[in-house]
Design a protein around this ligand. Structure first.
Ligand code: G
Ligand code: G
Ligand code: MN
Ligand code: NA
Length: 255
């Protein structure tokens, strides 16, 4: 109960922040994107609250929609601040909850937020939690279609992490698959991980979409991904989630 109250205060009181984790294109050597991840240092609780716990507090207090809107608006403000600076990431991905994806009006809010800040729709990316998309495709289909109409790219998060069903995936209007870090963790040696990687690359090629390798911690993992044709990576090897102003171009040793 105290957690829920504290969260409600944090949401209006400015305690929530977005950190960003860089995504590197191994072909061009450029920082091409970033993922926004929520962070909460609670003064009242005297500790930083992990995202999983924060999300439970948001759900239990009925504040998930407000949290998603906060994330949307902060992300759009970050993109506006980065502007057209050549070293800034071209796009920023946000994580959105199931509840919000059931609300077709969300697409209108996204369009309005982008227009108000003068940010191109192509620069904001929306990450769809894989389990949700699979479980309730009809319920989110309208919102996803509306978001595509706005021009926002969609990515399917945690792909290959256990919930995926191929027939569903091919019906989702996504531009990117984010390969789950449990698969990356098995690279380069585990044959099953490598099989999932290859199958994912073949699927993406067939659909004409991109794959991004998540949770990349070692050069061996990056090399295995690249060899399989996956040249966009995210993970500690490239950078930890960090405050937006700390985001810098990748170190040359990674290229
Ligand atoms: O940053 P970290 O790896 O601890 O995030 C843990 C989980 O919380 C991830 O699965 C991530 O998708 C989710 N998450 C992080 N930030 C957000 C957010 O702003 N909104 C939602 N809905 N989920 C988030
Ligand atoms: O589910 P989602 O992909 O949104 O979750 C992102 C989560 O993964 C965040 O909690 C982030 O802190 C974590 N993460 C990011 N990079 C790495 C990594 O290289 N290794 C591990 N173990 N976790 C990572
Ligand atoms: Mn994500
Ligand atoms: Na993921």
């Amino acid at each position: 109960a105290e957690l829920r109250e504290a969260f409600g205060e944090a949401l209006v009181g400015g305690e929530l922040e977005l950190h960003v984790q860089p995504q590197l294109d191994l072909e061009s050597g450029r920082l091409i994107g970033a993922e926004a991840l929520i962070r909460w240092d609670s003064a009242r609780l005297g500790r930083s609250v992990p995202p999983a716990e924060l999300l439970v507090a948001a759900a239990e207090s009925g504040l998930m929609l407000q949290l998603d809107r906060f994330v949307l608006n902060r992300a759009v403000a970050l993109l506006a601040g980065w502007g057209a600076r050549p070293e800034a990431p071209a796009h920023l991905g946000i994580n959105i909850s199931i509840a919000t994806l059931h609300d077709p009006a969300f697409a209108t809010e996204v369009a309005e937020a982008l227009a108000a800040a003068g940010v191109e729709a192509a620069r904001l990316e929306i990450e769809i939690p894989e389990d949700l998309a699979i479980r309730d495709l009809p319920g989110v289909a309208r919102t996803l279609a509306a978001l595509r109409e706005v021009g926002v790219p969609l990515s399917l998060d945690d792909f290959g992490g256990g919930h995926s069903g191929l027939p569903h995936v091919v019906r989702l209007p996504v531009q990117r698959l984010k390969l789950d870090r449990s698969i990356t963790a098995g690279l380069p040696d585990d044959p099953k991980s490598y099989a999932v990687l290859r199958a994912t690359m073949a699927l993406a090629r067939g659909m004409g979409i991109e794959v991004i390798g998540e949770g990349v911690e070692t050069e061996g993992q990056a090399f295995a991904l690249r060899r399989a044709g996956c040249h966009i990576i995210q993970g500690w090897l490239v950078g930890r989630p960090m405050r937006p102003e700390e985001l810098v171009p990748p170190a040359p040793k990674l290229l």
